[in-house]
Design a protein around this ligand. Structure first.
Ligand SMILES: [Zn+2]
Length: 350
């Protein structure tokens, strides 16, 4: 908060020169020395409110002067001015970008990565420097004196070359006066230029792959070439790994066994099929006699209940196994359960 050091020391002394002891069976036991924090009843605590409300109000004043806060007039909050302020607000282009990022069909971690990059929250050197002083903030690859997110992912000659060689064939020079946010808005939100869905996937995959490549260089001194970066992006999109999960519970509804398995799958049916397969195998292992399989894949559940499967070459073997496993039980029921009822399994996926 920028308080003078002397003042901080003074307060710290108030906190750390006292000691507490606890009454145990009526007699005080041990001495506890606090290192931080004030408790209710402490002689200092009435001042906390004054000190912090002062700081808070001058902070709000400063924001109001810069136009970041609406609804404050002459230091007072009024509903009328808040209302007038709100009327001026339009949905910002950023919120359109967030919406777009969460809709791109890539693994969740890549969505989070893209979101962090756009929020200026990836630990590029200049970003880190704002949190802790760094001795140097230059780009490891090209010695550009300040490595920002835009520099690392777009302007660095290496990144620039990757974008040029990619199917987007972009000359990043055209963005030389733009921020990383502008770059994201241009490709994902701009009404004229935004990419079709399939290309949006590739776009964020390349961003992610460039960042991987940068980390491999910085932390492991691995030097990659342009094709490595593009291939990693494309491979990631082609072999999307799915995490499947199932939850076992007894009739008291307490989960007795949870599992999360990673597979490479080609269809949702295959994913659910494999998940059921894994659950049944576990049920056989645990010598259950009357398992009930709940899944949110309606068509699969119908097929298994009827004992008839309609699978392709990849799913056929899984489905045959499921039939085999289910014949091992005294009874085995397949029940459709909407996704909302199975939040534990879906939590596990993430
Ligand atoms: Zn560079």
């Amino acid at each position: 908060m920028g308080l003078p050091e002397h003042w901080v020391k003074l307060i710290n002394q108030c906190v750390s020169t006292v000691s507490y002891s606890v009454l145990l069976n009526g007699s005080p036991t041990g001495l506890i020395k606090p290192e931080r924090g004030l408790r209710q009843g402490d002689p200092l605590s009435p001042y906390i409110y004054i000190i912090f409300s002062e700081a808070l109000s001058s902070y709000i004043d400063a924001l109001t002067r810069k136009g970041f806060v609406e609804g404050i007039k002459n230091g007072r909050f009024t509903y009328k001015s808040a209302y007038l302020g709100l009327r001026r607000l339009r949905p910002s282009p950023c919120s359109a970008l967030w919406k777009c990022i969460w809709k791109i069909n890539v693994p969740y971690r890549i969505q989070v990565f893209s979101w962090k990059a756009a929020r200026n929250a990836l630990p590029a050197r200049t970003v880190l420097h704002t949190r802790m002083p760094m001795n140097y903030v230059d780009c490891t690859r090209c010695n550009d004196p300040s490595e920002s997110i835009m520099q690392a992912l777009v302007f660095c000659p290496f990144a620039s070359r990757v974008w040029f060689l990619s199917s987007f064939c972009v000359n990043t020079q055209a963005f030389s006066t733009k921020s990383f946010m502008d770059w994201m808005l241009f490709w994902l939100v701009n009404l004229v230029y935004k990419l079709p869905d399939g290309d949006q996937r590739l776009f964020v995959a390349i961003l992610w792959s460039l960042w991987q490549s940068r980390n491999n260089l910085v932390f492991q001194n691995i030097k990659e070439n342009y094709t490595d970066v593009l291939m990693r992006a494309i491979t990631m999109l082609l072999t999307r790994k799915s995490t499947l999960s199932f939850v076992m519970r007894d009739f008291t509804n307490t989960a007795s066994f949870c599992a999360s398995i990673v597979f490479q799958v080609e269809s949702v049916e295959e994913a659910e099929g494999r998940s059921i397969w894994a659950a049944l195998q576990k049920a056989v292992e645990q010598k259950l006699t009357h398992p009930i399989i709940e899944s949110d894949a309606q068509s699969l559940i119908n097929q298994f209940s009827a004992g008839m499967f309609d699978g392709n070459s990849r799913t056929d073997a899984i489905f045959k196994d499921i039939q085999f496993f289910s014949s091992k039980f005294v009874a085995c029921l397949f029940v459709f359960q909407p996704r909302t009822c199975n939040s534990v399994a879906h939590e596990l996926v993430h």
